[in-house]
Write a protein that binds this ligand. Structure first.
Ligand SMILES: CC(C)(COP(=O)(O)OP(=O)(O)OC[C@H]1O[C@@H](n2cnc3c(N)ncnc32)[C@H](O)[C@@H]1OP(=O)(O)O)[C@@H](O)C(=O)NCCC(=O)NCCS
Length: 149
């Protein structure tokens, strides 16, 4: 049976669903609450890509990707170090271990529109999304990005 999943932009209709996504109590130190992510998405609106993860009509999680963020922004003299990747991922406690996290990571890599407006074609080829493996055993799905090679 095919499971219908999607990533949804945050809207007035689904913001309540997004804010209602909560991980297990013992996982809270692993990821910020959705409310904090949405505040950051507002501040970094050019760089953040927040989405509700929906499955068969139900909101099962939240993620936020980031694009072309300069990891050297605090170092005025350094070259820009632009990176993109997954910033936050939370699957609601009641919906974990059903493949939603794996789906979400793959969906970001497939769907997110890279804001590469200032990039040349060569840059695009070098910097295209590079899905990296789940960290086995760590329980974390982290760091899919366009790491420089
Ligand atoms: C980590 C998290 C996103 C996984 O989402 P999920 O929907 O439960 O994961 P999936 O069902 O898609 O499983 C994906 C893989 O991760 C593994 N996995 C999931 N939770 C795990 C855990 N707690 N410990 C070990 N492995 C785990 C699964 O076994 C699976 O691997 P497999 O396919 O090789 O068997 C989810 O547990 C979560 O939201 N945790 C709290 C927040 C967090 O840690 N976020 C990531 C850092 S920002």
């Amino acid at each position: 049976m095919t499971v219908e999943r999607s990533l949804e932009e945050i809207t007035p209709e689904n913001i309540g669903d997004a804010l209602g996504i909560e991980v297990r109590d013992d996982q809270r130190r692993a990821v910020a609450p959705v409310a904090k992510s949405l505040a950051e998405a507002y501040a970094f609106r050019e760089r953040a890509w927040p989405r509700v993860i929906r499955c068969e009509g139900r909101a099962v999680g939240f993620l936020m990707a980031f694009f072309d963020f300069d990891f050297n922004h605090a170092l005025a003299t350094s070259e820009p170090d632009l990176r993109s990747g997954l910033w936050r991922l939370s699957i609601a406690a009641a919906h974990q271990r059903r493949g939603h996290g794996r789906y979400a990571v793959a969906a970001v890599a497939a769907e997110a529109p890279p804001p590469w407006h200032s990039s040349s074609h060569d840059d695009l080829a070098r910097r295209r999304w590079q899905p990296r493996a789940l960290l086995p055993g760590a329980g974390l799905l982290t760091h899919w990005g366009n790491e420089r090679r």
